[in-house]
Design a protein around this ligand. Structure first.
Ligand SMILES: Nc1ncnc2c1ncn2[C@@H]1O[C@H](COP(=O)(O)OP(=O)(O)OP(=O)(O)O)[C@@H](O)[C@H]1O
Length: 757
């Protein structure tokens, strides 16, 4: 049997193992479902025996045990379901590589690598998970003497074969033997494929520089920088999958927090982890995250976000609030108010003051003054709850309570005619009714005390901003008037329970220093994509909430189009006692060498960009009037739409406004084939779309048409935008221009084809 025939035969055998495991699991699932249904039925029918105390406790214990059993069965079914989903993926592509190796004088072993492990009925490994230590031989090892490491040991091996496979729908398409890294041809074949509306995993072709990042478990803080298309997002997502596997004994999906710039991007990357056999990790934008931390406020939606993207300007006050300097002023401020306590609110009910704020302050002053503020506030809360108990007792003596309770008692007796009533039992009942009436009345006040609403946070925050004003005004060019105006605006927003994002961060941190705040999400690993758009204060908030979490940040300063201060220049302040491991990715996998060469002309940072060996056509620049550009674009769209292809095309405009206008201008017949993406809440549905630069960030398309590059691209900031736009293209790049753009005039003539229209 030749090698190919052998591999085909082996593949069929593996597919049979997969099918067998699948059948077995399905059978077990059916049995579990039936047993679960019976258990649920038993549980709902099970009555707690209230006969005597012993019987009561016994039946409660039995009930709890049944509940626990049900929970366990549920978890088992869930795990089996997850495995079934993985097996379904593995039926398509069971594995992507094979390694042959021997250890010392042992016989040679063969292992196949896939997204998850598989064992044959004799429990021998057939497929090894790509994240297992031994799989690293495929990503890192060169043929000959090499090694792999587990947590505690290093194994010297002789690697005799590295084979890559392309398997689709369970059929072997191609295979190639390679000596060192992943075979170039194989990688190029994959890079040549058309894009889809969802990002793909790169498990079969992870490159050495990416592998190092993915498997880095030594460093808690990791920063990945790299040019557009160098696989930062890909490496980040593979790293999540790797860490979930590495720490599978204790790490839950809910302890992983992944930040993405917008919903459109979240949707784009959402299938990568499931395609690796992992659950989908809920991806959040920072806005969503902060919203959950401040449930009582509405965060101000930034209608200026595109504007700051386009201008790179950030309002000075916003910059101050997004920076670390103001954040550092919170602690001293809180210490300064510790002796007298925070600003309080009287506790009222139906307009009547029950506990006056002056009294609250007195009680605060009685707490141990050596304790930090948040502990004193907590003690104060206990005191207020006790006082509330006293208020309830006093209120029970009020005539209105007595009258209402009498009415309710009569009602109760009418509803329970067969119950025996003695004088004593009537008295107890009446007391119970009175208590419930009053408790009901004071329920809102109890909730307020529990939620520390007796602290006037909005006013406290405004006070903080007033206190820090002199230093801020000294450090910046913000005028007293501007500061006061913004405070007035803020007060107004507070009245409507609205708060801007940057104030939300500061308010939350201030709150946390004033009283204990319970945070429901417990993050152990935090991943931030497009970190260039993350102001330092946002990372500082995450650090404050999760001081022990491991943080991986990735992004590209060349695509930093928002005006915020960057994390990169504040690493020391953000992670004062921690080593930050920095990685650079310098090869573009997205674009052809020709496109990368043109994109490089717009690079502002001094980056070393290695080109991919993948070649394509030279980018095209069409020069003509706006009317001519429109006419040509319509022709192009008609052509694309006539020839069915799997390619995705994006026409990228500089602004949302331009995107809308361009779409409007299309003929009705053409319009139906072209999707306008003007907000982040849309999904990419069509294969041709018009999208503004702001939303195209992080995405990629087979063909990109950059719309109307003219005098509207002038500044250094515009150059960044242009870089972001052209670097979205994978296979083909076309630029429309009226010939007036200084940036296009700079592009070396041999890199592009120019045609006048
Ligand atoms: N090792 C690899 N093997 C195959 N494809 C890869 C590899 N690395 C990256 N790619 C592909 O390159 C493209 C760009 O990757 P990705 O989006 O992760 O880059 P990025 O650096 O995050 O880009 P941007 O800065 O524009 O957001 C994707 O199509 C991805 O699948």
């Amino acid at each position: 049997m030749n090698e190919r025939a052998y591999e085909r035969h082996h593949l069929n055998e593996v597919l049979q193992f997969i099918r067998k495991e699948e059948e077995l699991l399905q059978k077990q699932q059916q049995q579990l479902t039936t047993s679960m249904q019976t258990k649920v039925k038993e549980l709902t029918e099970n009555k707690i025996n209230t006969g005597n105390e012993e019987a009561f406790y016994e039946s409660v214990i039995a009930y709890r045990e049944q509940e626990k059993e049900l929970q366990l069965t549920y978890q088992t079914t869930e795990a089996k379901q997850k495995r079934l989903v993985t097996l379904a993926t593995m039926k398509n592509t069971p594995y992507f590589a094979r390694i042959d190796f021997s250890e010392g004088n042992d016989v040679q072993e063969t292992l196949y690598l896939g997204i998850a492990s598989l064992r044959n009925p004799s429990d021998e490994p057939i497929i090894v998970d790509w994240r297992a230590p031994i799989a690293n031989l495929y990503y890192e090892g060169e043929l000959g003497s090499t090694y792999y490491e587990t947590d505690h040991e290093r194994f010297e091996v002789f690697l005799s074969l590295k084979r890559q496979f392309k398997i689709q729908d369970g059929s072997l398409i191609s295979m190639v033997d390679t000596s060192e890294a992943i075979n170039d041809e194989f990688l190029l074949e994959i890079l040549d494929e058309a894009s889809t509306s969802q990002m793909k995993n790169i498990v079969a072709t992870i490159q050495k520089s990416q592998n190092e990042i993915i498997r880095d478990t030594d460093n808690r803080i990791v920063l990945i920088e790299g040019i557009a298309g160098s696989g930062k997002t890909s490496a980040l997502l593979q790293r999540i999958a790797f860490l979930l596997y590495r720490h599978r004994k204790w790490l839950k999906d809910s302890q992983v927090l992944l930040f993405s710039p917008n919903h459109l991007f979240s949707d784009y990357i959402s299938m990568v982890l499931p395609s690796l056999g992992e659950s989908e990790i809920p991806t959040k934008t920072f806005y969503q995250f902060l919203n959950e931390l401040l449930p009582n406020y509405t965060l101000k939606q930034k209608d200026t976000q595109e504007e700051s993207f386009l201008t790179g300007d950030e309002n000075q006050i916003e910059t101050v609030k997004n920076g670390l300097s103001i954040l550092k002023k919170i602690d001293p401020y809180v210490q300064s108010i510790q002796p007298i306590g925070p600003l309080f609110r009287s506790l009222r009910l139906q307009g009547k003051v029950y506990i006056d704020k002056k009294l609250i302050r007195q009680w605060y002053l009685q707490t141990n003054d050596l304790l930090p503020l948040y502990q004193r506030t907590q003690l104060l809360q206990e005191k207020l709850l006790k006082k509330l108990g006293g208020l309830v007792n006093d209120e029970m003596k009020q005539t209105w309570v007595k009258e209402l309770a009498d009415e309710k008692l009569i009602q109760y007796m009418k509803e329970h005619p067969h119950q025996e009533y003695t004088e004593a039992s009537e008295k107890t009942l009446l007391k119970k009714i009175k208590k419930s009436i009053v408790k009901n009345k004071f329920a809102a006040m109890k909730r307020s005390i529990m939620a520390f609403r007796f602290v006037n946070l909005p006013m406290q925050y405004i006070h903080f901003l007033q206190q820090v004003a002199p230093t801020i005004l000294m450090e910046t060019t913000i005028s007293e008037k501007q500061w006061q105006q913004h405070l007035a605006q803020l007060k107004n927003d507070f009245r409507n329970k609205i708060i801007p994002v940057e104030d939300g961060i500061l308010l939350f941190l201030l709150t946390k220093a004033i009283y204990p705040v319970d945070i429901s999400q417990k993050a152990r690993f935090i991943f931030i994509d497009e970190m260039q758009d993350f102001p330092p204060a946002q990372v500082a908030l995450l650090k404050e909430l999760y001081p022990d979490a491991s943080i991986t940040l990735c992004g590209d300063l060349n695509q930093k189009v928002l005006g915020n201060d960057t994390i990169v220049t504040h690493l020391k302040e953000l992670f004062p006692n921690q080593y930050v491991k920095q990685y650079q990715l310098t090869t573009s996998y997205r674009s052809t060498a020709e496109i990368t060469a043109v994109a490089n002309q717009f690079l502002s940072q001094e980056d070393t960009v290695k080109l991919t060996a993948r070649n394509g056509e030279k980018p095209m620049i069409y020069v003509g009037s706006l009317a001519a550009q429109h006419a040509l674009l319509s022709q192009i769209i008609t052509k694309i739409q006539e020839k069915p292809s799997h390619h995705r095309t994006a026409i990228i405009t500089k602004t949302i406004q331009e995107a809308i206008q361009l779409h409007e201008k299309l003929a009705e017949a053409t319009k139906q084939y072209v999707q306008l993406i003007a907000s982040e809440d849309t999904f990419m549905k069509r294969s041709i779309m018009i999208i503004p630069a702001f939303l195209a960030k992080g995405l990629e398309f087979d063909e990109v048409y950059v719309w109307n590059v003219s005098t509207n691209f002038q500044t250094a900031h515009d150059q960044l935008i242009l870089y972001t736009m052209v670097s979205r293209a994978m296979h083909q790049l076309t630029i429309f221009s009226d010939g007036q753009s200084p940036f296009l005039q700079q592009v070396s003539k041999e890199l592009v084809n120019v045609e006048t229209i």
